[in-house]
Design a protein around this ligand. Sequence first.
Ligand code: 3H9
Length: 708
Amino acid sequence: MSELVQLTKDNDIAIITINNPPVNALSPGVPEGISDAIEQIDKDPNVRAAILIGGGRTFVAGADIKEFGKITSGQTRRGVAFLPLLLRIEDCSKPVIMAIHGTAFGGGLELAMAGHYRVGSPTAQVGQPEVKLGIIPGAAGTQRLPRLAGVLKAVEMCAVGNPIKADEALKLGIIDRIIEGDLLTGAMAFAREVAGKPAPKTRERNEKLGTPERNAGIFAAARELADKKQRGMMAPVAAIDAVEAATHLSFEEGCQAEQKLFTDCLFSDQSKSMIHVFFGEREVSKIPDIPKDTPLIAVNSVGVVGAGTMGGGIAMSFANAGIPVALKDADQAALDRGLATIRKNYANSVKRGRFTQQFADERMALIKPTLTYDDFQSVDMVIEAVFEGMELKKQVFGELDRVCKAGAILASNTSTLNVDEIASATSRPESVIGTHFFSPANVMRLLEVVRGRASGKNVIATCMGLSKKLGKVGVLVGNCRGFVGNRMFGPYRREAQFLVEEGASVEAVDKALYDFGMAMGPLATGDLAGLDVGWRIRKEYRHLEKPGERQPLAEDRLCEMGRYGQKTGAGWYKYDENRRPILDAEVADMVRKWASEAGVEQRQVSPEEIADRCIYALVNEGARILEEGYALRSVDIDIIYLNGYGFPVHRGGPMWYADTVGLPKVLERIREFQKHHGELWAPAPLLVQLVEQGKTFADFDKKHLAAS
Ligand code: 3H9
């Protein structure tokens, strides 16, 4: 028996316990251990039924994802003989009851479905989240799940990947009983009820597989949804194909079809990218010089300064996490407007079924409007979200320093300003930090935590932990202009404008990036965010521009005309009353005229050049940021772009994407751009160095971590 799997007995019931912390993944040794246990149970005349349960905090959370890289790179034998093991369990002469707590995900649910019965604790969750890793269930999940839950739900679970809770799993027939109280005790009682009776095999249960007519509609709708919501991803389509196979092939043939689709996905760049993202999201919380046991500051109440769009969204984020918020604005009208927006947002969430009315009312009650700083005396943390101007920010921080208790975290939601200068307005720079939320703050997952020169380690660790509590992914960044995300966004959007000025159409630029997988094209994004934001910043920093350096001209001119984007009904596009974009021939004409006045040569621009210019502008700036130490690892940059800027998850983030393309190829292209467009395209020294050494950004991360 493997060390990871134990077999014990309680009279006539055998108990198989998997102990492979932290999540009982099906690492090498686990399937072997289960197999040995089943052999013994089959042979033992005194055993009448068996229970399989997870030790620790969960049932089996899936295959060991760390093994996938070894499989695809040929370092380990391809997969465990997991499919035959599941058949072996199903063919066991004694009923096998799967006792589920925590999560039965992926291979964990596939294992559970091979049991004759499943019982679960009330908080258990089951799911086939493989698509989120760019693969599909690979151990008959797409074949057994429709047999238990029906085709409609199985397609959704396999193609979308979201888990369901125990009560829904019970209704669907995925589990047979919910056990209140001790799971093992309840499972034992269940085992004794079913011992000696004929045990159902999931693979033989065909009654929920539906009719061809009904199924056709289900699959068509699923494909349409995948095309819309998981654009460019191969796994959701493969998952739908695999479930469809279950409805018209035998179980064995269906498994073969699934295997082929699974392998195609597993060996794709997409799955490698998405697995990189899975581990990356966990990696970013690890800060080399901040130990795991750094004492945290308890944040049980917060204050938010500024009830505008950002302040309101931030207040909602905290309220949604159950943390009371004092929301301050300078005048009553602004406060009323802010609260009305928050109320409207909650009402919309209730309408869309995201929250219950009660939940929304409770959250709303946690937000206390105020016109003074008096309510800030006792809060554990303040987030300032006033207008982006240094003098105003310093004034607010001076006030906070005067009012707030010692040890309270003083955070600024600045998106570009120097956190150290803001901190200089206080007598306690160690308590000051940047928390850069993304709009809408109650929705967007990214939080850039900006480390000031003096920010205390406990303050940093608390903000990183807090991001999780708020349902966000926190990434620690250094204090440079624009931090990581916006600093890279500058060159990206600059190139988008240059391309239009050189002859590409507005729609061609947006389409090339949309087709690459970005959530929105760069020009449409500018219209959404407001072109005036960048315009104001450019005006503020004009003195830093190098003489003779090419600057984009179109957006400044559009702004001078009052075309700020969606909010003014026109920017790069015109907008109807529902904010739907309409192409504007006038913009094309104007840009042509401005470009010719500025002597910008007109030419044909290919979609490939558009994507390369914009994406490699991100990569080149990302490499500089990495070299300068403003991001800890290249994966941190990837996670920022995936969660804050609509970069497609199946491409793994800009730095990972560059590794996938091959850094020599990326550098070569950047050098071509440098030749044609000048020193703005000077390659980042780190990029050159990595190419010379035959290394990747991922190698840089490994070296960096080893050194810290
Ligand atoms: C699959 O099953 C394919 C089959 O169909 C094919 C069969 C042939 N493997 O998230 P946490 C690590 S695909 C390896 O922070 P939580 C994780 O990296 C798999 N490691 O905890 C972290 O390590 P560290 C389908 C894993 O409580 C630590 O465990 N299954 C795996 O917030 C704690 O994780 C999935 O996609 C794994 N499968 O959440 C489930 N899972 O501490 C993926 C976790 O060093 N996992 N780790 O950073 C999850 O969704 C969450 O981890 C879970 C726990 C909800 C389980």
